[in-house]
Design a protein around this ligand. Structure first.
Ligand SMILES: C[S@@+](CC[C@H](N)C(=O)[O-])C[C@H]1O[C@@H](n2cnc3c(N)ncnc32)[C@H](O)[C@@H]1O
Length: 233
């Protein structure tokens, strides 16, 4: 009998950075670790885990920055009805309205001055990253007073300040680091957020933590920016 040659299986060694990515993502995804069809969008992954009423009221704040591609198009794809979209910049508001048509009601306003006709079932807050402190210290408290108990919120967060501003490949200009870091330390008690820290800080402000998800589900330019998902207590 001839002995079959032993074929050596190629070793599939993952680079260390990849392992780190997966570990960090596990830590960040108490919510929907295996959701499919997220298209590398943490926002979409969260939406896919939410069940709202048959025709939910949705308010998308800061909707025009990327002509709705980050938030609005996913909302329209996954929920029926109309999305109310608040955008400060008149030109962007116009582009958004023309692009998305009847299913979006674009309101060209500063969210600080805007009061919705009826409280939304889902509030999305995606303002520019340098205004995240204002988002948590002014916009969210204002909506806390307007939202019914159980209403859902998805809000942009920089969950790792150092990686975002001072890392090897910073995502944002380091000039923004000290303000963002000071905000993170005073609101969340750390400049690197964990689900436990997020839950504790949000509870103090009358919110119930539901999840923390990387913006690009780990497939983006770095692990630092994400979405906090919570509900009104
Ligand atoms: C990161 S972009 C949002 C991207 C958007 N979600 C999308 O899918 O295209 C932030 C947007 O927030 C808007 N913005 C900033 N401050 C605002 C405010 N106080 N009220 C309303 N919109 C604001 C900016 O003009 C910008 O278009």
């Amino acid at each position: 009998m001839t002995k079959r040659p032993t074929t050596k299986r190629p070793t599939t060694k993952r680079p260390a950075t990849k392992r780190l990515t997966i570990k960090r993502l596990d830590e960040l995804l108490p919510l929907v670790p295996t959701v499919e069809d997220h298209r590398n969008s943490g926002f979409r992954a969260i939406l896919k885990s939410i069940s709202l009423g048959p025709v939910p009221r949705i308010l998308d704040v800061g909707a025009g920055g990327f002509a709705g591609e980050t938030t609005t198009v996913h909302l329209l794809d996954l929920f029926p009805g109309v999305v109310d979209a608040v955008e400060l910049n008149a030109e962007r508001a116009d582009v958004l309205q023309k692009k998305l048509g009847d299913r979006v009601r674009v309101i060209n306003a500063d969210v600080s001055d805007y009061v919705p006709g009826a409280p939304p079932d889902l509030l999305v807050v995606d303002l520019d990253s340098n205004t995240i402190p204002m988002q948590y210290l002014e916009v969210l408290p204002k909506f806390h007073g307007l939202l019914p108990s159980g209403a859902k919120v998805i809000s942009l967060i920089i969950y790792d300040c150092e990686a975002c501003y001072l890392g090897e490949k910073p995502l944002l200009d380091k000039a923004g680091y000290s303000d963002q870091s000071a905000f993170m330390r005073s609101y969340f008690g750390a400049e690197r957020l964990t689900p436990a820290k997020a839950a504790s800080a949000l509870r103090k402000h009358g919110w119930r933590f539901l999840g923390l998800v990387d913006k690009w589900m780990g497939a983006g330019p770095g692990l630092a920016v994400g979405w906090l998902y919570f509900s009104r207590e």
